[in-house]
Design a protein around this ligand. Structure first.
Ligand SMILES: [Zn+2]
Ligand SMILES: [Zn+2]
Length: 177
């Protein structure tokens, strides 16, 4: 059982223990326990695959696993629950942001179509933060550009109300750049 659960390798600097039981599905990282620091560390899976080579000596393997199990007994569960919680929060935050972004894109589309304006889509603002701080011309609120989504046509950051710089009638609005 121990053989299939663990894998012991070296990255040239130290010995690392891979424990199948503490890996988290759906993230690009793997966790390796470092024998030197006695800490669990996250590695980009791809990098670890290239840089960590497996250790052959049985003695080194079993003493690394023994040391790891001492750590695991004391900290394993706590580490796992904290790490899982962290990943859950991160996922939720990510999908939250995605939803807000989609909502904003949708509002912008409605804004344009209700005015009969062309919709060229949106893009991530390249240099949005500095020069686009004036209040929205439409709702008068200061632009919350935390998402940095701009209208592909006029280049304005899209306001929470959906407005960009495209509007009718023309004339009294100037472009910022
Ligand atoms: Zn607005
Ligand atoms: Zn626009």
């Amino acid at each position: 059982m121990a053989e299939s659960r663990f894998w012991v390798g070296s990255n040239g600097k130290g010995i690392l223990v891979f424990d199948r039981h503490v890996q988290i599905v759906g993230i690009p990282h793997i966790f390796l326990w470092d024998l030197n620091s006695c800490e669990m560390e996250s590695y980009i899976a791809e990098v670890a695959r290239q840089q960590v080579t497996s250790i052959k000596e049985d003695k080194a393997i079993s003493s690394a696993i023994d040391a790891y199990l001492v750590w695991y007994k004391q900290h394993g569960n706590k580490w796992l629950s904290e790490e899982n919680q962290y990943q859950e929060t991160r996922k939720m935050k990510e999908s939250d942001e995605n939803n807000q972004r989609l909502e904003l894109v949708e509002k912008h589309a409605q804004y344009l179509s209700s005015r009969g304006l062309t919709n060229d889509g949106t893009r991530i603002a390249s240099n949005g933060r500095l020069h686009r701080t004036p209040p929205c011309w439409r709702c008068k609120k200061h632009l919350d550009n935390s998402f940095d989504i701009e209208c592909a046509l006029c280049g304005w950051i899209i306001c929470n109300c959906g407005a960009c710089g495209c509007k009718k009638p023309r004339g009294h609005m100037t472009k910022l750049d």
